[in-house]
Design a protein around this ligand. Structure first.
Ligand code: SF4
Ligand code: SF4
Length: 317
């Protein structure tokens, strides 16, 4: 039993369990036009893992049988998947609300012509990485030119109504520039609104703050600096009981690019599929078994329960 499991068992007398599958998060592949320092999934232009159409067809069936309220597409850069538009159109045809986690800069790539208009046409909700409103902090995490391109992409999306029209949400995502917890989400949202508004006339719906998980390139960076144990201790010491009921693994499920099922994107990064008797591949998807499955945990889970908590939807409390 890991420390997180022990902590949860001490509270509930049992392991962590899910209660529903409201959101299906689908990883369309690990290829990305960027190679960010903090990427927990270690995506890059060199990765060639891509979800194929036959797996997407199984996801379509699963989303229907689970009556998912949201299909959340992630990657890598999900837009790069060659079947992206076909998949989004099919999901919408079936009546599933779709959300895309975009890194923004991909929208300026040469083969992305018409993508913003396509997203608007299908009323796709957008969650966009923007780790800071200051150029130097974005450059440090995402590389030279990423800030300017991100600003240009947000302005393009704003021009289509994203961030201002009802039905076209554009949420920005902050993550810390190092081994510390995010500041209060609502206060930082005001800072983003003021700074991005004054500098560029940018508007957005909400800011989501996400804690850096000690995985992937961020973990490698911690190791290089000899900070891994200190950071893990910070996450453990910051355990907040009030976050547990809202943990995202309790109401969502992740599908890997090859159809393997995970309790969350972080377990996907670690190669820890769903376990404890629940089906672990989309081809065996059974909503009844997956809704109330026991969740696979590890010490990385303290990243979700630290401080105000963290999830793909931002802070939890
Ligand atoms: S953090 Fe996002 S944008 Fe950066 S390399 Fe990873 S998947 Fe790509
Ligand atoms: S890392 Fe995943 S499994 Fe662990 S608490 Fe967070 S969402 Fe749940």
């Amino acid at each position: 039993m890991n420390d997180f499991e022990r902590q949860i068992a001490g509270i509930s007398g049992n392991g962590l369990h899910s209660v529903k599958v409201e959101t299906l998060q689908v990883n369309l592949g690990l290829r990305c036009n960027q190679q960010c320092n903090h990427c927990h999934i270690e995506a890059s232009p060199q990765r060639d893992e891509i979800m194929e159409w036959d797996v997407m067809e199984m996801v379509l069936k699963a989303a229907k049988s689970a009556r998912c309220q949201l299909v959340d597409l992630t990657g890598g850069a999900p837009e790069i998947n060659p079947y992206f538009r076909r998949f989004v159109a099919a999901l919408c045809q079936e009546g599933h609300p779709v959300q895309v986690r975009t890194n923004l800069t991909v929208l300026l790539e040469p083969d992305m012509e018409g993508m913003p208009e396509f997203l608007r046409k299908h009323q796709v909700r957008l969650v966009a990485s923007m780790p800071c409103y200051l150029e130097e902090n974005v450059r440090a995490q995402r590389g030279p030119g990423a800030y300017e391109k991100s600003v240009a992409a947000i302005k393009m999306l704003n021009g289509l109504g994203y961030g201002s029209d009802q039905g076209l949400p554009l949420n920005l995502v902050y993550n810390p520039g190092g081994p510390f917890l995010p500041p209060a989400q609502s206060a930082l949202e005001e800072d983003y609104r003021r700074e991005l508004g004054q500098r560029f006339g940018i508007v957005f719906s909400h800011l989501l703050t996400i804690t850096n998980m000690p995985l992937g390139r961020f973990r490698n960076e911690l190791d290089r600096r000899g900070q891994r144990e200190t950071y893990l201790q910070l996450l453990r010491d910051s355990f907040n009981l009030r976050t547990v009921s809202g943990l995202m693994c309790r109401n969502q499920l992740s599908v890997g690019w090859d159809g393997t099922l995970y309790d969350c994107d972080f377990n996907l990064a670690l190669g820890l599929p769903v376990n404890h008797g629940a089906p672990d591949h989309i081809k065996n998807f059974r909503p009844g078994d997956l809704m109330v499955r026991r969740i696979v945990t590890g010490d990385h889970c303290f990243g979700c329960t630290a401080g105000s908590g963290s999830s793909c939807g931002g802070a939890l409390v």
